[in-house]
Design a protein around this ligand. Structure first.
Ligand SMILES: Nc1nc2c(ncn2[C@@H]2O[C@H](COP(=O)(O)OP(=O)(O)OP(=O)(O)O)[C@@H](O)[C@H]2O)c(=O)[nH]1
Length: 264
């Protein structure tokens, strides 16, 4: 029950924050819905209008046979590491200087993986320290998380490790797909975190790992596609297991007379 109510609460939280920020002149980025199908069209609306209750909950079956799977992907990381820029680049193929996110921003994008397509609900959270306490509300029910740091800021890499600890409290091992993302590779001269450090940490925690530049559009689509592929593979494995279990059950449920006949 609380899951169905949660988005409305978050919406209110975001709106209150925005009202406070408006007075200070910060960027307003509502936790609204931005739909970007492959055409790139974009519309912004209040979450309630899109039935946000369905966003909560870790299990994402297909809406109906033949319909794409729906997965919730959350962007987490310190302030100014480039979470919004990665989302904007991926969804709109755009890059512009942005103000800090307030609450969260919400996008959807249909990903075509050839054999199948799926819908990603992308939650871009606010990275500023003052929002840390509410962020765990946003990543509840996630299927995947992009743990973003800025390669020119060691503190953001340390913070990504902290975020992972928060995730470990919320999810069982292997329950969600987590990718560590080192952003701003175009600022290589100011690098404070080597690619080896990123890789090593990711391997030690069994995370996917990539470095990106939202500015130069380097490996941005690859990040989201890799996560989408992993999500789909997991879902297909789960479906396979369910089918095998159903087949076993059907065998066990064969009428007794028939079983006798075949045992002859
Ligand atoms: N050079 C460079 N700058 C980037 C890149 N990605 C983002 N930026 C800049 O970094 C600043 C912060 O980017 P945002 O996308 O707002 O960062 P954020 O993580 O969403 O920040 P919060 O909303 O505070 O959590 C902006 O000025 C961006 O233009 C990148 O790949 N390269």
């Amino acid at each position: 029950m609380h899951l169905a109510l949660r988005p409305a609460c978050l919406w209110r939280e975001a709106k209150f924050s925005q009202a406070r920020r408006r007075e200070k002149g910060d960027r307003e980025l509502p936790c609204g819905t931005q739909n970007a199908q492959q055409s790139g069209s974009l519309e912004v609306s209040r979450p309630g209008e899109h039935g946000m209750a369905q966003v909560a909950g870790a299990s994402r079956p297909r809406a109906a046979p033949g319909q794409p799977f729906v997965f919730k992907l959350v962007l987490l990381g310190s302030g100014s590491v480039g979470k919004s820029s990665l989302a904007l680049r991926y969804v709109k193929n755009d890059f512009r200087s942005t103000l800090p996110t307030v609450g969260c921003a919400f996008f959807t994008k249909v990903v075509d993986l050839g054999a199948a397509s799926l819908k990603l609900e992308i939650w871009d959270t606010a990275g500023q320290e003052k929002y840390h306490s509410v962020c765990h509300l946003y990543f509840r029910g996630a299927n995947a998380v992009l743990l973003v740091y800025d390669i020119t800021r060691k503190d953001s890499f340390d913070m990504a490790q902290q975020w992972l600890k928060d995730l470990e409290k919320e999810f069982h091992p292997g329950e969600i797909v987590v990718m560590l993302v080192g952003n701003k590779t175009d600022l290589g001269e100011e690098r404070e975190v080597t690619i080896e450090e990123g890789k090593e940490f990711a391997e030690s925690k069994r995370l996917l790992f990539m470095e990106t530049s939202a500015r130069l559009n380097h490996q941005v689509t690859e990040v989201f596609s890799a996560v989408a592929r992993e999500l789909l593979q997991r879902e297909e494995r789960k479906e396979g297991q369910t089918q095998r279990r159903d087949a076993r059950l059907a065998l066990n449920e064969r009428p007794a007379g028939q079983a006798k006949c075949c045992a002859r």
